[in-house]
Write a protein of this length. Structure first.
Length: 97
């Protein structure tokens, strides 16, 4: 009985404490909380870094493609030939007649 009497007298304080604890827990944890925010920021940085790497790789492939399609570069063809068929040695000097 005494417990119920205390609760009736301190309703506002009890509700305020519960509401404040609820707000605090949701700010720290939860889908839109601080921990989730930090995890999402790390994921964004990781994806941006991956995007930069993919752009560099794409540029390299586009350059190689342009060397083979628009105006055929014989030096580049020779490099590919030596890499694919393992012809020649590293640091080998080539003399053209």
């Amino acid at each position: 009985m005494k417990f119920l009497k205390i609760i009736k007298e301190k309703k506002f304080t009890l509700l305020s404490v519960l509401f404040f604890s609820y707000i605090t827990l949701n700010l720290v944890d939860g889908e839109r909380g601080l921990i989730s925010y930090i995890d999402k920021q790390k994921k964004i940085q990781q994806l941006q870094h991956e995007k930069k790497l993919l752009i560099k790789h794409l540029d390299k492939i586009e350059k190689q493609n342009s060397l083979l399609t628009e105006k055929i570069d014989k030096d580049y063809l020779e490099i590919i030939y030596r890499q694919k068929f393992l012809v020649g040695k590293p640091n080998e000097e080539i003399y053209v007649k």
